[in-house]
Ligand binder design. Structure first.
Ligand code: URA
Length: 204
């Protein structure tokens, strides 16, 4: 898989786990090949399964609203998922399915080389964990933190579906994206340790 187009071609024909049996369309990542920001979701829902595109349903609308309120343009972001086929009955994907699919995320990260990765929810954290060989705590424990992985920063975020279920969390969701946007501005003009200190301090 030498290019993003190549990855997408492989994903579209993938039969590596049982999720391919029930999918209408596999959903590839989308966005510029040199995006500085990569957002990782969980799995396609019914709208994504119909259209073959990530985040075009209710979660996507919320994500779009929040991004457009900030300085984050969706066209400049690479958006992908931990698994590429819709799990049946809208259930979260199994860990084995996330592991099987994580090779695609690994390759996307290698090719895009983002400066910041935002895994939204536990499935995305699990997938990123397989890619970088690291075990993350649950999202509720580490949401909003800034982690320096060396090649990129990681800012764990709630999944938008969790915000739709519990709108009280929306202000945090917006706040963490605001933080991510500011961090991207600071990148390159501030040492990495200082970024970690600044964005993990309660003053931010
Ligand atoms: N939820 C996700 O995690 N990914 C999508 O693509 C759509 C909804």
């Amino acid at each position: 898989m030498d290019s993003l187009t190549d990855i997408c071609r492989v994903i579209s024909q993938c039969r590596n786990c049982d999720l391919h049996f029930s999918r209408k369309r596999a959903v590839c990542g989308i966005g510029p090949g040199n995006a500085r920001l990569m957002i990782v979701g969980e799995a396609p829902g019914s709208s994504e399964d119909e259209k073959g595109l990530p985040f075009v349903g209710r979660s996507g609308k919320l994500l779009d609203q929040v991004l457009s309120n900030l300085n984050l343009r969706r066209e400049e972001i690479y958006i992908t998922n931990s698994v590429r086929c819709r799990p049946m009955l809208g259930k979260p994907p199994k860990l084995s399915e996330i592991r099987t699919c994580s090779g695609y995320l690994r390759r996307e990260i290698e090719l895009v080389k983002p400066s910041l990765v935002i895994p939204m929810g536990n499935s995305a954290l699990g997938s990123l964990g397989f890619v970088i060989n690291r075990k993350f705590d649950r999202v509720t424990e580490i949401v909003g933190k800034v982690i320096d992985h060396g090649e990129f920063f990681i800012c764990p975020q709630f999944h938008p579906a969790a915000i739709l279920r519990n709108p009280k969390r929306r202000e945090y969701f917006e706040e963490y994206f605001r933080k991510a946007s500011a961090l991207l501005e600071d990148l390159g003009r501030m040492p990495r340790e200082e970024i970690v200190r600044k964005y993990n301090s309660s003053r931010f």
